[in-house]
Design a binder for this molecule. Structure first.
Ligand code: 13P
Ligand code: SF4
Length: 340
């Protein structure tokens, strides 16, 4: 799209937000223009914990969530009286797909003496089966707290994050066998080869990456925590093991530093450089415009292509573990710690 067309589109979208009383909440993995639009239109860009908080606190009657489906569902559960829309409802997540409610519920039933802790990257039904929901920015602290109370824990669905939590906390958890198709591809050998080239570079990794990558990372944390680490660390170069969407923010706020995507290629690689979530990529300015135009035409009835619906009973039950996480975050002032 040429720059005049892009400018016109952006200004049309901004007036559509006003006209429809909508607010755009975007994840750091979405394309840069969407992140910029969210900020320029009074919306928000953040990690999944911050997106959940912002959606809950924002006054707009319509929330537009640019991210993946679990983020839209979380927003709806926390704000049942708002309408929540997404550019496309097909944007899912491999972790959510790896944890079907029936199998997961049977597994939990087999271990009734365990506290069930699930990652935010799950369906509303899985959240409703859980005692706690956590995001990557708060998972270690919540499990530390539960371990200190002597609780036995079921963790689902990300096995890499689960093992990382075990390592940080000393907990022994029953871990579900799920993984993020994006982070699982990062290769420690490739990162080491890269470190030999960029000798001053620090390695920043999202905890959904394999243990071998996390073991050589200088910092492990959520997307927001990675951005904060890049700001505070004195290195001039960073090898970053997470979706490349985050480079937009990193390059914008830290133009004097160099960010290099961690390698995903290697002997056992399934792709050469796939630090790109296919579902996050489904969010585009064009799909956003289609949605807003429909909304401006007053979609009174439910819009099955864009609107998030969560069954009321499931929603009320899922609110409890989500609320527990938000209360815990507020009590412990969790925002941007991560592990160095
Ligand atoms: P954050 O909570 O760090 O934003 O991560 C969400 C996610 O889906 C990472 O792949
Ligand atoms: Fe899910 Fe991975 Fe995409 Fe994050 S990057 S939304 S965990 S598939």
């Amino acid at each position: 799209m040429d720059s005049t067309k892009a400018k016109n589109l952006l200004s049309r979208l901004k007036s559509l937000f006003l006209e429809t009383d909508s607010c755009l909440i975007a994840h750091y993995y979405t394309e840069g223009t969407i992140q910029d639009l969210a900020e320029a239109s009074g919306g928000f860009v953040g990690d999944s914990l911050e997106m959940a908080r912002f959606g809950r606190d924002c006054d707009a009657s319509n929330l537009i969530v640019a991210g993946v489906r679990f983020m839209g569902e979380t927003a709806k559960i926390l704000s049942p009286n708002k309408r929540v829309f997404m550019p496309t409802l097909e944007a899912t997540c491999s972790l959510d797909l790896a944890c079907p409610i029936i199998e997961f519920s049977e597994f939990c039933d087999q271990h009734p003496d365990h506290t069930v802790v699930v990652y935010a990257n799950t369906s509303a039904a899985v959240k409703a089966r859980a005692d706690w929901v956590v995001t990557s920015s708060i998972a270690v602290e919540v499990i530390e707290h539960l371990v200190s109370q002597g609780q036995k824990i079921i963790w689902a669905p990300d096995k890499h994050l689960g093992r990382y939590i075990e390592k940080c906390t000393g907990a022994e958890m029953l871990i579900w066998d799920g993984a993020c198709i994006v982070h699982e591809e990062f290769k420690a050998a490739g990162v080491r080869d890269m470190q030999a080239v960029y000798q001053d570079a620090a390695v920043l990794a999202h905890p959904e990456s394999p243990a071998s990558v996390l073991a050589i990372a200088d910092f492990v944390g959520s997307t927001t925590q990675i951005i904060t680490a890049a700001k505070t660390m004195t290195n001039r170069q960073f090898i970053v093991a997470t979706d490349f969407g985050i480079f937009h923010k990193l390059n914008r706020i830290l133009p004097e530093k160099e960010f290099i995507v961690a390698p995903t290629a290697g002997n056992d690689a399934t792709c050469r450089s796939c630090a790109s979530c296919p579902w996050m990529r489904m969010n585009s300015l064009e799909t956003l415009e289609m949605l807003l135009v429909k909304l401006a035409g007053r979609v009174a009835s439910r819009d099955s292509n864009h609107e998030i619906e969560v069954n009321e009973i499931v929603s009320e039950r899922a609110m409890l573990p989500l609320q527990r996480m938000l209360n815990f975050a507020a009590r412990n002032a969790i925002s941007v710690k991560g592990k160095a």
